[in-house]
Design a protein around this ligand. Structure first.
Ligand code: FEO
Length: 403
């Protein structure tokens, strides 16, 4: 059965939702599913903006055929060639053998690499700033390399103000009927997944996002719709989400607060993490989040690391090193460019507490602009009562560093 939504006038969402995929990119849990967005413009010419993951291909075809109502598909614009959007391209080419593909040089190269049979089709290779008319609608192409692959471009419809933004402004989460961000409580129900998506998928490429935002800034007053490849379409309060992207891609904390991530084998380091959390709350800092590194997906920890101003790493020593799950989290933070945070350390070791020095070395030498507080808490097996002054000193240091 077709399942489409009207975006505006002659523009339609023709994508697909996926609740069956457990791991996005075979890496990131998506308990709320994901949407693969594609859009169909019914102008004098008919234009499909991107396709969908292979799992949504049948839905895309049904949606497109329904709206075309017997017309042919004239153009497909490929803004991003990653298979979660382009896997169905070959099927579009088979179904509409006269369709013209509009994309850029790098994307055409990737299409051939992925084995798409594009060379029997007319190809329109565009450059940054080129324009193209489909009848009433004229579009212009804005290149956005590394947001999230090098071939990524955005297409801006200067007639209706729709920005087809590729992965930018996307989020995990299936739409389940609700196409527009103003049809959901985005701040309450979607923001965490949006942050988790952005920070894990393109967190590394903050400067490239900043470049794309700068380009978008030049046409900001003309943008009426942001149509991403995942998640809701934005038609109201666009600056809310643009500002979030700006914050995340500049690596500045979204909120003043404390993220406590602990690695605990038998509950003693966990107990210290909880003691710290309760003392922070007692002293008025209630924006505190506590996670067990062993049972929390690292993508969630990365998202929270982008959110909070302060991070506390509490880790046991393991094989005279950092506990493996904590080490993995640190490696991911480095890979995704987490920076500009204040960090406190709690270490534990029954006979040789080494994890503190090792975490500090990693933060100082492997990451950028991480301020490590001097007030470290060192535990031998468990947090004994005589450690109360150390714990209080750590609380005070964290609170003082927030001012
Ligand atoms: Fe949603 Fe970079 O693909």
């Amino acid at each position: 059965m077709y399942c489409v939504r009207n975006v505006t006038e002659d523009l339609y969402w023709v994508g697909a939702n996926d609740h069956r995929l457990a791991l996005f990119e075979n890496a990131y849990p998506i308990p709320r599913g994901v949407s693969y967005n594609a859009y169909l413009l019914l102008d004098k010419k008919t234009v499909l903006f991107d396709t969908v993951d292979w799992s949504g291909c049948r839905q895309l075809l049904e949606n497109t055929e329904h709206l075309l109502g017997g017309r042919t598909l004239d153009y497909v614009v490929v803004n991003h060639l990653e298979p979660d959007h382009a896997a169905s391209l070959e099927e579009i080419l088979i179904r509409w053998p006269n369709v013209t593909i509009i994309s850029n040089e790098k994307a055409f190269m990737f299409m051939r690499q992925f084995g798409f049979h594009i060379d029997s089709h007319e190809l329109v290779q565009v450059e940054e700033g080129d324009t193209f008319s489909f009848g009433k609608h004229t579009v212009t192409f804005v290149f956005a390399p590394m947001v999230h692959w090098p071939e990524v471009m955005m297409t801006f419809d200067t007639t209706n103000g729709a920005l087809f933004s590729a992965d930018a402004f996307g989020t995990f989460g299936a739409l389940d009927g609700k196409l527009f961000a103003d049809e959901v409580n985005f701040d309450r129900d979607w923001l965490d997944d949006a942050r988790r998506y952005l920070t894990n998928i393109v967190g590394k490429y903050g400067p490239h996002i900043q470049l794309a935002l700068k380009k978008a800034g030049g046409i900001l007053d003309q943008i009426k719709f942001i149509c991403p490849l995942h998640g809701p379409v934005w038609r109201k309060d666009l600056m809310y989400f643009i500002n979030k992207y700006d914050t995340w891609s500049r690596y500045v904390p979204e909120e003043k607060g404390v993220l406590i991530v602990y690695a605990s084998m038998y509950g003693n380091t966990e107990s210290a993490a909880q003691a710290l959390a309760s003392r922070l709350c007692e002293r008025g800092m209630t924006n505190v989040a506590v996670y067990d590194v062993s049972s929390t997906d690292v993508s969630q920890l990365i998202s929270e690391s982008f959110k909070y101003s302060h991070i506390v790493l509490a880790s046991v020593t393991y094989n005279l090193g950092i506990y493996p799950a904590m080490h993995n989290y640190l490696m991911d933070m480095k890979a995704l460019n987490v920076q500009n945070r204040t960090v406190a350390i709690i270490e534990n070791g029954t006979w040789a507490a080494e994890s503190g020095d090792l975490m500090q070395k990693f933060l100082n030498e492997e990451m950028k602009n991480m301020t490590v507080l001097n007030e470290r808490v060192t535990m031998a097996s468990s947090l004994s009562a005589d450690k109360e002054p150390e714990l209080e000193a750590l609380v005070t240091a964290i609170l003082d560093s927030m001012n």
